[in-house]
Each structure stands twice: as structure tokens, then as C-alpha cells.
Write a protein that binds this ligand. Structure first.
Ligand SMILES: *Cc1c(COP(=O)(O)O)cnc(C)c1O
Length: 506
């Protein structure tokens, strides 16, 4: 494996200050300056042509006006003492500590604590994000105990409450417009449906999401909920959303659009928490560090893991697992970053041609040279983009990678089930395969992020030769629930007109 990350050679065996004192993992320069507990963190655009904003403004927009993505201008570092103290915390308590570092000064502490408690109260496991053994040093973190059975609930349950808080304070209405290949849509609807100041418009490709995914979206009803099936594919939906964000003049006066996909910083922030949660189960107890394997599409989830490492969690390896849509694996393994045609796979939530959040990593890799970031991402038409040898080496010091095709996905579902009794969904299975292949140190726990419940992708489980699992109790009546959805042509104008009519009627 030429792409295996071998940057962390030394094994430390205990909770020592040499290891945590600098909070800087070997080969991983901290590119943000160190400042503990910032008064109110500022966020800057990866393209350098928009003013810095605070957390509230970041949550209420999505993309920066210059087309870039917001990143914190200073990454908080976590000390040895803090890490040790965090080991005793429950999931919501830990979430409060981590998230406070990023929102300090914009939300009263008591209010934030309550939002976090409410966000995770409904998760099925008391541990919220339980970590279960597979075999040897292989583990899986089950991130699908939320209402829609995928990890996206971790961020979207909180994002809905953050929006409600800020919008009530401002007495302002917004429209959420999002495209989904399945999981984001339902998690966003569940997370934001109760928001009094939000109207939701969720676009999915007509007849191209699984029946469970469709019903999870279309059975959420309310005057402020609009499910739209677009007669096109996921890229068509995303294109419509991008164009609508770029020109919001069609909206009724007073409205603005808010993004709920992982370009929204609040989603990344909420996901940093579970890397600490999993890592602290081992670090300082049974192992000097941990590794993660992450089923990757838009690079949001694994970027959160990269930030946890930069903040001071002793992370050895971060493994990017892709399906056949493998732009990230091609970059890590060959320093060639370019678009190829999107192909459907057994793990549809990872069927993405270009990973938006990779721009956030490039901002670090190019040492905040925003002009270079802009050239790299906007030049990604037909040309193949590459970075310097030194930069490529730095990228590979952070990330290993593997592309896993459908046959290997099925084989992994089967193999892991036979070996450990664990039933992996097809997304999680790509992660487990990559974890097995890329692992460089059997003494370090390798934790695959279990991103979805297998019942969500029953057809793939059956294709792997296993019986499809039943839906959990809270969704047992899913097939009886009434659905509401509007089918519209693949046309920006049709979507705009529909939105204007619906918002006008409110
Ligand atoms: C969204 C999703 C992914 C990919 O996550 P990114 O943050 O886009 O990399 C993987 N698995 C499942 C089940 C998902 O819903």
C-alpha cells in the first residue's frame, strides 16, 4: 500500500506530557496559531475575499460570499490536563466542552448546554456513540442511534436548535434549501422541522433514493416542510441549489437561504466531538493513540477527524475510505486530482464526484495561501490538479486511503458478519475494508466510523447474502405513514417559482 500513513512511528505507552504537551502530532504542523479559549472565535473564508465573521453568521449562511468555505482563524488546542479531565464526561458533557471552544461568546452557556442535551437525548444508546469490538485491534463506532439512523443526526439535531436560537433572537425567517442523495435530507428534516423561523425545501433525485430514504423524508409533514423530487440525478439537484444560493434575489423580501449540507461549519464542529469521545476510551487507558477509518463522500466527516487530531487528540492514522467514486483516493495515491463521471454504487451517500470540504484541508496544506486554494478548486474543470512533492508528502502523512468497489463491499459485509457477528451497512463496510488494508500498527485501536444502520440499506445486505435486518421500533410503521412530495422538472426556474409560491402563502 503506497498510500499508507506511516508518519507516527514511536509508540508511547502512557499518558505522558511529552506526548501531549505540544499537542502537535509528529509530521503535523499546526497551521493555526495557538490561543486558548478565544473570546469569540472568528471564521475566515478559504478563498480570502470575504470578511471574517462570527459563529452566528457562519451558521446562518453556509458558503462565504466569495464562494469559499468558512474555517476558524485559530484552532483551539486541548492540553494534557483537559484531555485527562474530559475522560470522565458523558457524551453531552464532552460535546459541551468541545463545542464551547468554537461558539464561545455567541450563545449563553446554559442555553448551549440545554441545546446539546436535547440534541442527543433521543439517541438509542445511553453512550450516544458506542464503540464496539470487531476483532483484534479493529473496532466500530456506531453513529446511527439517532432518529434517521445515520451519523448526520449528530450534527443536524444540533444545527436545528442553533438555527432556532439565532433566528428567534433576530426575529428573522430563513429558507433552508438542500440537495440530498438520501441521508442528509431526512436528518435535516428531523433536525429542523420544529424550527418556527425556518421553511425547508429538500430536493432529492426522483426515483433514485432507496424506499426507506424516500419515506423517511416524505413522511415528515408540516406547513414549513417541502419535499421536492427533481426529475434528474443528484448532481442536477446540487446544481440547482448552487445556482439558487448564488442569486437569492428571487426570494420574498426578508428571506435568505441557509445551507444544511456539510459546507455548514456547525456540522463539522458537531462531528469533532465523537472523535474525542472514541479516542478517550483508549488513550491514557489502554493505548497511546487511536486510528480512524472513515467512509468518505464530501470529506466532511473525515475533516472533523483531522481537526480533532490538530486540536491535540493523539490520532495515528486517518484512513479515507471511498467507493468507486474515488477522487480522494486517486489524489492520495497518485497526486492526481480530477473529475471523472459519477457512477452509482452500493454506498449512495458516498457517490460524490468532487468533495467540497477538501477545500478546507487545502487551505491548511497551502499554508493559508487563499489565491492558490482558489486556483486549485476553480481550475478543476477538465484539467488534472496536482500539488508539490512536499505538499503531497504532507497530505500522505495525514491520510491513508483506499477505494473499495461493490464486490469488495459485499465481501466485507459477509466476512465481518461471519467473523464477529457485526452487520455493517455498505458505507461502514467500505470503512472496515480500508481499515483492514491500511492498518500499519496492530497495537493501536483502529476505529471505523459506522455511518448508517444496516436496515437503511437492506438491498445491499441481501446482495451480500445476508438477511435484511428489521427497522428499529421507532420506525416500524414507516411504510404506513402518509407521504407528501412534489415532483418538479429538472429546472432552476421551476424550483424558484415553487419556492416563491410556498413562501408567499405562509
Ligand atoms: C453522508 C454519508 C457519508 C459521507 O460523509 P461525508 O461527510 O460526506 O464524507 C458516509 N456514509 C453515510 C451513511 C452517509 O450518510
Amino acid at each position: 500500500m503506497q498510500s499508507v500513513n506511516a508518519s507516527c512511528a514511536s509508540a508511547c505507552s502512557s499518558w505522558t506530557s511529552e506526548q501531549y504537551g505540544s499537542a502537535t502530532p509528529a509530521g503535523a504542523p499546526i497551521l493555526h496559531s495557538n490561543k486558548q479559549r478565544p473570546e469569540a472565535m472568528k471564521y475566515v473564508s478559504t478563498r480570502g475575499r470575504s470578511p471574517a465573521v462570527n459563529f452566528e453568521e457562519v451558521v446562518l449562511t453556509g458558503l462565504a460570499p466569495d464562494g469559499g468555505l468558512y474555517v476558524p482563524d485559530q484552532l483551539p488546542l486541548v492540553s494534557l490536563e483537559q484531555l485527562a479531565a474530559w475522560q470522565r464526561l458523558s457524551y453531552p458533557e464532552l460535546a459541551f466542552e468541545v463545542i464551547s471552544l468554537f461558539v464561545a461568546g455567541t450563545i449563553p452557556a446554559g442555553k448551549l448546554r440545554q441545546m446539546i442535551l436535547d440534541s442527543y437525548a433521543g439517541f438509542s444508546d445511553p453512550d450516544v456513540a458506542p464503540v464496539k469490538p470487531l476483532y483484534g485491534n479493529q473496532w466500530v463506532m456506531q453513529l446511527y442511534g439517532g432518529p434517521t439512523l445515520a451519523f448526520k443526526d449528530f450534527a443536524l439535531q444540533l444545527l436545528g436548535r442553533l438555527l432556532d436560537h439565532f433566528l428567534e433572537k433576530r426575529q428573522q425567517h430563513v429558507a433552508i434549501l438542500g440537495a440530498t442523495s438520501g441521508d442528509t435530507g431526512s436528518a435535516a428534516l428531523e433536525g429542523c422541522k420544529q424550527c418556527r423561523f425556518v421553511d425547508m425545501f429538500i430536493l432529492h433525485p426522483h426515483n433514485r433514493v432507496s424506499e426507506v430514504q424516500r419515506r423517511q423524508m416524505t413522511s415528515v409533514t408540516g406547513d414549513n416542510i417541502n419535499n421536492i423530487a427533481v426529475q434528474g440525478n443528484f448532481d442536477d439537484c446540487q446544481e440547482i441549489v448552487k445556482k439558487a444560493f448564488a442569486d437569492q434575489g428571487f426570494l420574498p423580501a426578508g428571506y435568505q437561504l441557509v445551507a444544511v449540507n456539510s459546507i455548514n461549519w456547525a456540522r463539522i464542529m458537531a462531528q469533532i466531538v465523537y472523535y474525542f469521545h472514541a479516542g478517550l476510551k483508549f488513550v491514557g487507558r489502554s493505548a497511546p493513540g487511536v486510528s480512524f477509518s472513515v467512509p468518505t463522500g464530501n470529506f466532511g466527516d473525515i475533516y472533523a477527524g483531522y481537526l480533532a487530531k490538530q486540536m491535540g487528540l493523539p490520532v495515528r492514522q486517518l484512513v479515507i475510505a471511498t467507493n468507486r467514486n474515488d477522487i480522494l483516493h486517486r489524489f492520495i495515491s497518485s497526486n492526481r486530482y480530477h473529475k471523472t463521471a459519477l457512477e452509482p454504487s452500493l454506498s449512495p451517500s458516498m457517490d460524490i464526484m468532487v468533495s467540497s470540504n477538501f477545500e478546507r484541508f487545502l487551505f491548511d496544506l497551502f499554508q493559508q495561501d487563499t489565491a492558490r486554494v482558489t486556483r486549485f478548486v476553480t481550475g478543476l474543470g477538465s484539467t488534472v490538479q496536482s500539488v508539490s512533492e512536499a505538499e503531497w508528502a504532507r497530505a500522505r502523512a495525514h491520510f491513508a486511503s483506499l477505494s473499495v468497489d461493490d464486490a469488495e463491499t459485499c465481501a466485507t459485509i459477509q466476512e465481518i458478519h461471519a467473523r464477529s457477528g457485526y452487520l455493517a451497512d455498505p458505507h461502514t463496510a467500505t470503512g472496515i475494508r480500508a481499515a483492514m488494508v491500511c492498518d500499519t500498527d496492530s497495537r493501536i485501536p483502529m476505529i471505523t466510523l459506522g455511518t448508517a444502520h444496516p436496515a437503511k440499506f437492506a438491498a445491499a445486505i441481501e446482495q451480500a447474502g445476508l438477511a435484511a435486518p428489521a427497522l428499529p421500533a421507532h420506525m416500524a410503521d414507516l411504510y404506513q405513514r402518509p407521504e407528501r412530495c412534489t415532483v418538479l422538472p429538472n429546472s432552476l426556474d421551476a424550483i424558484k417559482q415553487f419556492m416563491v409560491e410556498r413562501l408567499g402563502a405562509r
